[in-house]
Design a protein around this ligand. Structure first.
Ligand SMILES: Nc1ncnc2c1ncn2[C@@H]1O[C@H](COP(=O)(O)OP(=O)(O)O)[C@@H](O)[C@H]1O
Ligand SMILES: CC(C)(COP(=O)(O)O)[C@@H](O)C(=O)NCCC(=O)O
Ligand SMILES: [Mn+2]
Length: 908
């Protein structure tokens, strides 16, 4: 990895690199201004550093040279604060300073193979990430250390801020809300040199809630980002779909130190209609005095082992054990919170801290629930959203509030909670930066990721951990429900309080990727569901979590080996294993922990987790080895294919794709196979076993569309998008020969590959080398690659040789798909792919991840061919009523019903 891409690039890069990068940034920026396709991400209203006339100042040998940006105004900040009575909440934006994948591809190609991606468009990724971090207000200094260590007040060292620490901080203005924005303004000025631009707290709360609810809405109806709002009753969390046209009015109840109750009628339209001074501060403060607890979490944890009937006076205590049924109160209803403590024979020390904590929690939660209900009633509102850190994702608290709302409203009003509960104000303050550019972003350009806070990466990450209080996020106990928060039901105690660590994990980092688009050929993106398997089925979830967990040791081996097996790599490997296991355990314990989560998300989470621990390409060695071995036999395969008639050849090609899809290092069964022979032996074996009819076998329909029947010769496809899968035989002996056939028939071909590595999948920047190698043995591929601008050197030599008169070839091109996962969510693809899709009339999806786990049910506006080998027994059974190594060839002509001919019995 280029050291400039490290967070700590001030220390790691020499100034030559820094300047070069600045030049590139500036160059990109200038280019961007004239490229219409990137106008979105280059919107002039987005905050951008003005790098023009950037110059290194001072000694050129200096490790951390000061860089002057004469044209940069001083008011860029990507941090907003909400300083409350108890907690400081930070929302900050970090820009990716890394080059776009496309740039990397161009560079690595130029460098390694003397190739160029020709005149392909460049889509610089100008996105970034939105981080959510909190500190205790009493530890303001820690928060200030964090801010200055990450240079957040100056735009952040993650983002391309090149101002040196030596530069004075005058004129830096930062958005802040909450009482602390007033109280601590001087401290911030003194310590960080920043002035606070104070934003109204209620306004911020509402802006934050509206933003989240709108993103959440877009998500549930059309996009893939996890849901925001959910209900919590009887221990069950359920994400709610909110109709964007039916969001307002709603009641927002923010339970911080105190409680604000706001009626929200629209964007910026709201009224604080009520509040109560009995809130989170009351619970924490009184609780601390009563129990001697040292932390909020400790207090909450105590409550779980409490029995409040030792403290509370129940209806039964007053009525001699009887219900007061006439007014609907059972004997176990709390008549008076803390009512039993009036006893003059008992001292505080005679009560169990557990009981006191629970009694206090119930008292406050019920009270807030009730006041909220009354306000909802007063204004005729049905929806009540609860925010604020008092809730702290705690199941029992939410159940109790929900019970109260439900009880008093007789089921008419609904209590809903927000995943970003305590960050509403800070988010709202962040939104109030006039030029944050987020208003241009659409929901499909947001991707939420759940990093663990990789502990070994840099000293800065440790600060992140401090901020989110992540220690060892490994859940300890098996799932249990929280019991009922009812007025009149006995408590079932003992639910697990998740460590703040794992609770913090519920809020991921929001990645803003302006280059993501909805795949234009997708039919009905609003109803599109990428995942085939429903992981909300507990059996499925458990199965797939177990599969991933069992695969882990092997993956760690590969990952460590890919980094040379050094001590550092081993350490990171261990850390990765811990982190990923913790993710799995967390999901096992609470399936909805990360919002709506499908198998595709799970597989992507694994790749993201690897990247978080700096394993950029765990299967690199395997991929290279398999590419070489396959390229060596490619000429023979092409010769064999060329000796066939066109019908046999088409069948052999499809068979070849299916057979070669066996090279999948993500499948346990396949990995076991690889120990039994060489790549070529396994490939031969796999081909030999190919017997039609396949499990899903639409080959004849596809053949008819390709070759016609009788005298009828169909028009060739204009452009085919081939979503390719694995490296090695899969791409070289499977998909490339198929691409060649299409090219021969006059169809333009775009090979669509991953932007980032995932398992042994081929990536877009690895493809040019493979195409170039194949071109050496095949004229069709060579000429098409030249036409597609993939082989610049070759083009020069042709011109030199005077071969210009040859008939023009259709193009072979490469596009990155915008993702780094073995699956693909077609709502979020690269703009490069979206642009290439415009003229395409055939989509070929290959592999289990892209054609089965995801997109098996996807419908397209053009013809689609889905090809895969099913390399998992359970999946084969469940989805296809078949068995492992069955093959799927599903052809779906555009706008026609699915025409699959599934065979009844495989064995005959
Ligand atoms: N780690 C924590 N430390 C202190 N209070 C916490 C913590 N986690 C949750 N809380 C609860 O959250 C409340 C603060 O919520 P918050 O929304 O941040 O409000 P404020 O803006 O008033 O600080 C506290 O009063 C307490 O009840
Ligand atoms: C991750 C995969 C989807 C990749 O398959 P591919 O797309 O390469 O065909 C697949 O390997 C998989 O589902 N593996 C887990 C199942 C198993 O080990 O049986
Ligand atoms: Mn794959």
């Amino acid at each position: 990895m280029d050291s400039c891409e490290n967070e700590n690039h001030y220390g790691d890069c020499n100034k030559g690199d820094v300047l070069k990068q600045i030049e590139e940034e500036t160059e990109e920026k200038e280019k961007g201004a004239s490229t219409p396709s990137s106008s979105m991400s280059r919107s002039s209203s987005r905050p951008q550093l003005d790098l023009s006339r950037a110059a290194i100042q001072g000694d050129l040998e200096d490790r951390n040279p000061t860089i002057l940006l004469p044209n940069q105004s001083d008011d860029i900040s990507h941090l907003a604060l909400d300083i409350g009575g108890s907690l400081i909440k930070l929302v900050y934006f970090s820009r990716h300073e890394e080059l776009s994948v496309d740039d990397k591809r161009r560079k690595s190609m130029k460098k390694r193979f003397g190739l160029s991606n020709g005149n392909r468009r460049s889509y610089p990724i100008l996105g970034g990430r939105l981080h959510f971090v909190k500190f205790e207000t009493g530890k303001l200094n820690e928060c200030l250390d964090f801010i200055s260590s990450k240079q957040l007040h100056r735009g952040g060292i993650d983002s391309p801020s090149w101002r040196s620490a030596a530069q004075p901080n005058h004129n830096i203005v930062m958005k802040a809300t909450g009482g602390g924005a007033y109280k601590f303004a001087d401290v911030l000025k003194e310590r960080l040199g920043v002035s606070l631009d104070k934003e109204d707290e209620m306004h911020c709360l509402v802006a934050g809630a509206n933003f989240l609810l709108k993103v959440g809405v877009a998500v549930s109806t059309e996009q893939a980002i996890r849901h925001e709002a959910f209900t919590h009753m009887d221990g069950q969390k359920e994400f709610v779909q909110i109709d964007q046209n039916d969001l307002f009015p709603y009641l927002l109840v923010n339970i911080g130190s105190g409680v604000s109750i706001i009626k929200v009628d629209g964007e910026g339209k709201f009224e604080r209609v009520s509040g109560t001074n009995v809130g989170g501060g009351t619970y924490w403060g009184l609780g601390r005095l009563l129990t001697k607890c040292k932390s909020f979490d400790e207090l909450l944890e105590l409550s779980q082992r409490g029995d409040s009937s030792n403290v509370d006076m129940l209806v039964g205590d007053i009525y001699g054990g009887m219900d007061y049924s006439k007014i609907g109160l059972s004997a176990s209803t709390i008549a008076s919170s803390f009512g039993k403590t009036i006893s003059d024979t008992k001292e505080l020390s005679d009560y169990r801290p557990e009981d006191l904590s629970l009694s206090l929690l119930r008292m406050i939660s019920y009270n807030i629930g009730q006041i909220s209900y009354l306000n909802a009633l007063r204004y005729g509102l049905k929806k009540i959203f609860f925010g604020g850190f008092f809730i702290r994702g705690h199941a029992y608290t939410m159940d109790t509030i929900s019970f109260a709302v439900n009880f008093w409203s007789k089921g008419q009003a609904q209590a809903m909670f927000l995943r970003h509960e305590g960050f509403l104000g800070a988010l709202g303050a962040f939104m109030s930066y006039e030029k944050h550019g987020l208003d241009y972003l659409r929901a499909h350009q947001l991707v939420e990721r759940f990093p663990m806070g990789a502990p070994y990466i840099s000293w800065m990450e440790k600060f992140v951990q401090k901020g989110t209080q992540i220690t060892a996020p490994v859940p300890t106990a098996a799932p249990r429900t929280t019991g009922l928060g009812g007025f009149d039901r006995p408590l079932s105690r003992g639910d697990i309080l998740r460590s703040d660590a794992s609770a913090a994990l519920s809020i991921g980092v929001l990645h803003f990727v302006p280059t993501l688009e909805v795949f234009p050929l997708l039919e009905g993106p609003k109803t599109y569901e990428p995942n085939t398997i429903d992981l909300t089925d507990p059996g499925e979830l458990e199965y797939w979590l177990t599969v991933l967990s069992e695969h882990l040791p092997d993956l760690v081996d590969k990952a460590v080996a890919s980094e040379g097996g050094t001590d550092d790599a081993k350490r990171r490997g261990d850390a990765f294993a811990h982190a990923f296991s913790a993710h799995l355990a967390r999901l096992m314990e609470e399936p909805a922990a990360y919002g709506k989560f499908g198998l595709a998300n799970l597989l992507e989470l694994r790749e993201e987790c690897l990247r978080e621990f700096q394993f950029m390409d765990a299967y690199i060695t395997i991929k290279q080895r398999e590419n070489e071995a396959s390229l060596a036999v490619l000429p023979d395969l092409l010769m064999e294919l060329d000796s066939m008639n066109e019908e046999d050849r088409l069948l052999a090609l499809i068979e070849g794709v299916l057979a070669a899809n066996i090279f999948d290092w993500g499948s346990r069964a396949c990995v076991d196979l690889y120990h039994k022979g060489t790549i070529i032996e396994i490939y031969r074996m796999s081909r030999k076993k190919m017997q039609r009819p396949w499990r899903v076998d639409d080959f004849d329909i596809f053949k008819k569309r390709m070759l016609g029947s009788g005298d009828e010769k169909p028009n060739p496809y204009k452009r085919a998008l081939l979503f390719v899968d694995n490296s090695g035989a899969d791409i070289v002996l499977g998909m490339l020969p198929l691409a060649r056939e299409l090219l021969r028939r006059g169809t333009e071909v775009v090979l669509v590959a991953n932007s980032l590595p995932a398992l042994n999948d081929i990536t877009a920047n690895e493809l040019p080398e493979i195409v170039a190698e194949a071109a050496k043995h095949c004229d069709t591929i060579r000429r098409a690659a030249e036409a597609g601008g993939l082989l610049v050197d070759a083009m020069v030599s042709i011109q030199e040789k005077g071969l210009k008169n040859q008939s023009p070839s259709v193009s072979l091109m490469i596009a990155e798909n915008g993702c780094g996962s073995p699956c693909i969510d077609l709502r979020q693809v690269s703009s490069e792919l979206a642009a290439d899709a415009k003229d395409a009339d055939l989509v070929i999806l290959e592999g289990m991840g892209r054609a089965i786990h995801t997109n098996l049910n996807a419908r397209f506006k053009c013809d689609a061919l889905k090809l895969a080998m099913v390399k998992n027994q359970r999946l084969a059974e469940k989805v296809f009523n078949g068995k492992i190594y069955d093959c799927i060839c599903r052809f779906e002509p555009r706008n026609e019903p699915v025409a699959s001919t599934e065979t009844d019995s495989w064995d005959n």
